[in-house]
Write a protein that binds this ligand. Structure first.
Ligand SMILES: Nc1ncnc2c1ncn2[C@@H]1O[C@H](COP(=O)(O)OS(=O)(=O)O)[C@@H](OP(=O)(O)O)[C@H]1O
Length: 223
């Protein structure tokens, strides 16, 4: 198994993978592109504490709100743009990064099905570690002790100016919509102040899926 986010945006990668093996199965984990950009920035910041602020690398022009799409953290999150290259390869599964945290066993169930494996990994293998804020293994392989991912996974993100976040959300919205349509995956990254949950109907064929519709809109009561 091999992984890196940059494969997804490397033009030559699909053809190279296809030449390596026609039977390869690809798993792409996607998360809200705004959170992804902040996460990527946080990772760089941890190695180079002197880098410019998130705000200054996000915009080409702060006054006009023009986003710098040449910045890799912004570029990678335009998932729809990179999709066409990959879909021709066939066996590809999109996994929600958010669901890997909220419902790890459920999402891993999909992964096991996709890989043609028996569903051996279930929720009995995990617990939610409140300190870490993430699911962790109850027992690590070859050990009887619990195991969480290391310190570099799940770092605290810096506070970003809400206006900057909103501008990025507006920027990504059309690309996200295309991504939902093409992948037929019900991943909806909330871009409103009040959480809104969408339920979409999507049939097996892509054509029908393009006619997906909003069937429920639930607005949680204010606390
Ligand atoms: N169980 C569990 N424990 C810790 N972290 C978890 C977990 N599940 C998902 N995540 C999220 O994984 C994010 C890092 O993913 P990756 O390591 O694949 O990203 S990368 O390859 O380093 O870019 C990492 O992103 P950050 O929160 O920005 O650090 C986490 O949000």
């Amino acid at each position: 198994m091999e992984k890196t986010p940059s494969y997804f945006v490397t033009r030559e990668a699909p053809a190279r993978i296809s030449a390596m093996s026609r039977d390869i199965k690809l798993i792409v984990v996607v998360r809200d592109p705004v959170t992804w950009a902040i996460s990527d920035y946080t990772q760089t910041l941890s190695k180079k504490p002197d880098i410019p602020s998130f705000e200054s690398v996000t915009f080409k022009n702060r006054t006009t709100g023009l986003i710098d799409t040449s910045w890799s953290a912004v570029q990678i999150g335009i998932y729809a743009k990179h999709l066409d290259n990959w879909l021709q390869l066939g066996q590809i599964l999109f996994v929600s990064g958010e669901r890997l945290i909220a419902d790890l066993a459920g999402e891993l169930g999909r992964v096991q099905d996709f890989l043609g494996l028996k569903r051996i990994i279930t929720d009995k293998h995990f617990y939610f570690n409140q300190t870490k804020g993430f699911p962790c293994l109850k027992k690590a392989e070859g050990s009887s002790k619990p195991h969480c991912l290391g310190k570099t996974k799940g770092r605290t993100h810096p506070n970003i100016n809400p206006q900057v976040v909103q501008r990025l959300r507006d920027f990504y919205r059309p690309f996200n919509m295309k991504f939902y349509q093409v992948t037929r995956r019900m991943i909806v990254w909330d871009d409103r102040k009040v959480p809104i949950f969408y339920v979409h109907v999507c049939s097996e064929t892509l054509q029908d899926c393009r006619r997906w519709k909003l069937v429920a809109l639930v607005r949680p009561k204010p606390q």
